[in-house]
Design a protein around this ligand. Structure first.
Ligand code: SF4
Length: 329
């Protein structure tokens, strides 16, 4: 395995994001929803980190917290080596241009009363990138870059298909010349036939523009091809992280094994022989997570220690870490 010498663009150290919930008759009891609890990872420049897990595992909250759409409850965030953890909205302004987000539902994220020209142009103007004719040229360039036509600029979001709307969302994110894009389930709402097209386009844009991605998905098959590395989250914790090849070919955490066993295989003979691991029960509430290992209530390999001690990430192969007592010795 060759060492990746690229610098880190993103460093997340012990990140926590807790939300409060008031309960009790008078609403005077405060409970904490530990959506993200002590998560550490980095993303190198030009790299794609895939973040996977079932819905409610904290992956989207991690993404939104690391670009400070949510204020972190604890931990440290570094962007291109600069500690932005406690930056005010004003201090964040120069960074906002450098980090963008593409959302799951391209229709909901586009203002239906604005033309595509206005939607993309708004981002360009807000960040003082261009105006007048230069702005129009930039909009046309971006539309062509994402596989649309310059004529599309005068149309409204409802005139496009789901795949085209996601391309518009990507063009809007690119409008401010970002370095880092969080793709939050960008293909989950699209037809399977369109998903590969959007993934291929994101890869081409990354190669052309040197972009760095955090690619969030609930399904390992969606992140497998686009990611250099993959992180697996469960109930607010990062339970495994490693190169895409390592995680896919040598999954170590029982949760990753279960996720992988559900990924469709193209070869029916291999698919027939594979043992599907069906997870029992739902993800427990982050209001009251299980003690020790949070996965223990659904893990078929659970041991006594698992309810008493929280496992921490341990390196089991170069760059491949897992948080599980099966690997603690
Ligand atoms: Fe299962 Fe224990 Fe490993 Fe958790 S620590 S995944 S309960 S074996």
């Amino acid at each position: 395995m060759t060492m990746d010498k690229r610098q880190n663009l993103i460093e997340v150290q012990g990140l926590k994001k807790y939300f409060t919930k008031k309960s009790g008759l008078l609403g005077n009891k405060v409970q904490y929803i530990k959506a993200v609890d002590d998560v550490t990872f980095h993303i190198k420049k030009g790299e794609t980190l895939g973040l996977v897990g079932e819905s409610g595992c904290g992956k989207s909250t991690t993404g939104r917290t690391l670009i400070k759409l949510y204020e972190p409850t604890g931990g440290k965030l570094l962007f291109d080596g600069e500690d932005i953890t406690n930056y005010s909205e004003k201090q964040m302004l120069p960074f906002r241009k450098r980090m963008q987000m593409v959302f799951q539902d391209p229709y909901a994220s586009l203002n239906s009363r604005m033309t595509i020209n206005d939607i993309i142009g708004e981002a360009i103007e807000t960040h003082h990138i261009a105006s007048g004719k230069e702005k129009d040229e930039r909009i046309h360039f971006l539309l062509e870059k994402v596989g649309l036509m310059r004529d599309h600029a005068s149309r409204y979001p409802h005139e496009f298909s789901g795949g085209q709307r996601q391309r518009i969302g990507i063009a809007r994110a690119l409008a401010v010349e970002p370095e880092f894009i969080i793709c939050d389930e960008p293909i989950s709402a699209l037809d399977v036939s369109i998903q590969a097209q959007v993934i291929n386009m994101l890869e081409d844009l990354q190669n052309d523009m040197g972009l760095t991605y955090l690619f969030i998905a609930h399904d390992l098959s969606m992140v497998k091809h686009i990611s250099n590395r993959i992180g697996v989250m469960y109930l607010g914790n990062l339970v495994e992280i490693g190169s895409s090849d390592e995680v896919n070919n040598h999954p170590a955490h029982p949760y990753t094994e279960a996720l992988l066993s559900a990924v469709p295989l193209p070869d029916p003979n291999i698919a027939r022989e594979r043992k599907r691991i069906v997870l029992q029960g739902d993800v427990p509430s982050p209001l009251n997570p299980p003690s020790g290992c949070r996965f223990r209530t659904r893990c078929t390999k659970c041991m006594d220690i698992c309810s008493e001690v929280t496992p921490t990430l341990k390196e089991i192969a170069p760059g491949h870490q897992v948080a599980c007592h099966l690997y603690s010795k």
